[in-house]
Design a binder for this molecule. Structure first.
Ligand code: ATP
Ligand code: MG
Length: 314
């Protein structure tokens, strides 16, 4: 009788060896990940996920890193600052026009505590949703005196409450460099920039770094670009490896060693109101995001030291 290995070989031909070894490799990476401990940071890390380029994996990264950290035992808050509301969708948070959202927080009508919802799949993950009404906020707050600091004040008040301890606050930004993104940059101390492994990957990165520099200079001197993550990586293509090497060459201590592969399950998950961490926990997408989250968590002492140095120099 034909063995399982022979059947796979018959169906998949010569590719079967590499398919089999990929599955085995993902399984052993999953096992290693489940045995790993996610260290708690010594203070709340607030991270904005931004890149003005559209579709590079900001939202996917924000929700899956948040889910993986929370699965690893840490307490996480995600703030959706994009009127598209994609992070709210992926995390299963209600965000219709009648639901309270980050819009109410920015306009001072509600606190973060009032509007946040618990993510159904992760008990330690809360979400401040965004709805399409947020698209009007940029114009409405343009006249307010402290327009850059509205989110910052709300987050500060929220974190000062001794009943709300969070290890990570992760803010998902829209693809622009407008007031909503400036508010996000003023509310956090760290930036996570996802970079898509494609030909024009570094185009626009200069503009983003320039804007971050302006925010550092004028509004938030404590802001640090702590993390870059290469997304939609295809390890079989030379281009993907070249993009990784180029970004790593420019920013060696910032770029995570983990890369996120292009994987169908990652893009399917949001249509089920899920992250890939809950939708396909053993798959390569969840494993890669889990490893990226672990790398972020393990770098906490070095990042917090760099932030303290920055604060000391003011
Ligand atoms: N690693 C991946 N593999 C496959 N598909 C992916 C991956 N990462 C993201 N995608 C898909 O690519 C599209 C863009 O991703 P995402 O929404 O995360 O980008 P974004 O930067 O947040 O976009 P926007 O600029 O519109 O906010 C989505 O359809 C998402 O499901
Ligand atoms: Mg997005």
């Amino acid at each position: 009788m034909e063995s399982a290995t022979e059947t796979i070989k018959r169906i998949f031909g010569d590719d079967s060896d590499s398919l089999g070894s990929e599955i085995a490799e993902t399984t052993s990476r999953y096992d290693r990940l489940t045995k790993s401990r996610f260290p708690k940071p010594t203070r709340t890390r607030c991270i904005a996920v931004a890149n003005q380029k559209g579709g590079v994996g900001k939202t996917t990264t924000a929700v899956n890193i948040a889910a993986a950290l929370s699965k690893g035992g840490l307490k996480v808050l995600v703030i959706d600052m994009d009127p598209q509301g994609n992070a709210s969708t992926a995390l299963g948070a209600a965000h219709g026009s009648k639901d309270y959202s980050v819009y109410d927080v920015l306009e001072g009508r509600r606190s973060i505590h009032d509007v946040m919802q618990q993510c159904p799949d992760f008990p330690r993950l809360d979400v401040v949703p965004a709805s399409i009404e947020l698209s009007g906020a940029e114009l409405e707050i343009a006249q307010v005196d402290d327009r850059n600091d509205l989110l910052h004040r709300a987050v500060d008040t929220f974190l000062k409450d001794p009943n709300s301890h969070y290890d990570y606050v992760i803010v998902d930004c829209p693809p622009s460099l407008g007031l909503l993104v400036i508010n996000a940059m003023c509310a956090v101390t760290e930036m996570l920039i996802p970079i898509q492994a494609e030909y024009y990957a570094l185009e626009g990165l200069g503009q983003l770094i320039h804007t971050i520099g302006l925010v550092q200079k004028h509004y938030n001197p404590n802001l640090l670009v702590s993390t870059m993550l290469v997304t939609m990586f295809d390890r079989r293509t030379l281009l993907s490896r070249e993009v990784f090497n180029e970004v790593k060459g420019h920013y060696p201590s910032i770029v995570l060693d983990t890369t996120i592969p292009r994987a169908v399950k990652i893009s399917e998950a949001p249509s089920f109101n899920k992250t890939v961490i809950s939708y396909d926990p053993h798959g390569i997408g969840a494993v890669a995001y889990g490893e990226a989250a672990l790398e972020i968590a393990r770098r906490a002492p070095a990042v917090i030291r760099a932030l303290k140095d920055k604060e000391g120099r003011e």
